[in-house]
Ligand binder design. Structure first.
Ligand code: PMV
Length: 311
């Protein structure tokens, strides 16, 4: 039996603008995980996701099934053919469609478990490229940030089409993630932003440039360990995300609650509309912010930390 895991992720800065070639910063979240298990079996390649109530035989899985697509692409990449007798069981503690990268994590776990089953260990760049092919199905026009941060399992400064850049973390970034509980497919918000950009390119390009400026300043603030500056830049990023039309009353309520409870800054994370928000906290404000988020309706609250030795 081979078992592999992959973490969730959050985008600290730069979502949406990253689809248009601007930089973004993302970090893995190891408190939530996807898991894939490969066991010898009979009757072909069986893919099952009991949590999702899904079971397919690879031979007759629908062409647009993301799990089957990942399995096909991985078997092709490993050059081992499609005819096997094995069972792939997938589970995940990452809430679906909430900006936490559940799709990329599930695909990454499958790629790693299958590679392990065939006695191979793929480098992160190869895992990331395989997962990207499934992300296209989930997201339409993904930037590639989700598969990159999940497959590398490290904080990344990401620009579409370029090799990842690592950066130093000058002081621990303690973050709280608040889940609105609202499912919001990234494909929808990315599509909406694209239509708005097409109808008013000048305004949207200026907004993407403003976000890019925030991301570059945020990288310097993170490297310098200047937490108050990181927090202020999160607030500024949120202003621009609101202008892009990807916030929502539910996200705003959680963001305000976190700020009032003492967070250094807060913003939505990921595709937006629903999904998750993040807030920068300190050990002193942690309890108050967690409580405030729960009282403001967060369905799940996760505390995570990006530490200086995360690289
Ligand atoms: O998968 P999510 O919801 O965390 O969002 C991905 C980030 C976007 O910038 C909105 C899309 C992308 O492909 O980069």
């Amino acid at each position: 039996m081979t078992i592999a895991y992959a973490p969730g992720k959050i985008i600290l800065f730069g979502e949406h603008a990253v689809v248009y070639g601007r930089p973004a910063i993302a970090v893995p979240v190891t408190q939530v995980q996807a898991r894939a298990e490969v066991t010898p079996s009979a009757g072909g390649v069986i893919i099952e996701a009991p949590d999702l109530g899904r079971q397919h035989n690879l031979a007759d899985a629908p062409p647009d099934d993301p799990l089957a697509l990942t399995v096909r692409n991985t078997l092709a990449h490993l050059r081992v053919g499609m005819m096997h007798d094995l069972r792939i069981t997938v589970s995940s503690t990452i809430p679906l469609a909430r900006g936490l990268g559940s799709g990329a994590a599930v695909s990454t776990a499958i790629v790693r478990a299958l590679a392990g089953h065939f006695g191979r260990e793929l480098p992160p760049a190869e895992v990331s490229a395989l997962v990207f092919q499934t992300e296209v199905l989930h997201h339409g026009t993904p930037s590639g940030i989700d598969n990159t941060v999940v497959a590398f399992g490290q904080p990344v400064y990401f620009i579409k089409g370029r090799p990842i850049e690592r950066f130093a973390v000058g002081a621990p970034l303690r973050l709280v993630i608040g889940d609105t509980g609202l499912v919001s497919p990234t494909k929808v918000t990315v599509g909406d932003v694209r239509r708005s950009w097409q109808s008013d390119p000048a305004t949207y390009e200026a907004r993407f440039d403003a976000i890019s400026d925030v991301v570059m300043r945020a990288r310097r603030a993170i490297e310098a360990g200047d937490l108050p500056a990181v927090g202020r830049l999160m607030d500024q990023n949120q202003v621009h995300l609101r202008e892009l039309g990807v916030s929502s009353p539910e996200l705003e309520r959680l963001i305000q609650a976190a700020r009032h409870a003492g967070a250094l800054g807060a913003k939505l994370s990921g595709g937006g509309r629903g999904g998750s928000m993040i807030a920068l906290i300190t050990p002193q404000t942690e309890q108050a912010v967690v409580t405030a988020l729960r009282e403001a309706g967060a369905t799940k609250v996760i505390v995570t930390e990006v530490s200086p030795d995360a690289l």
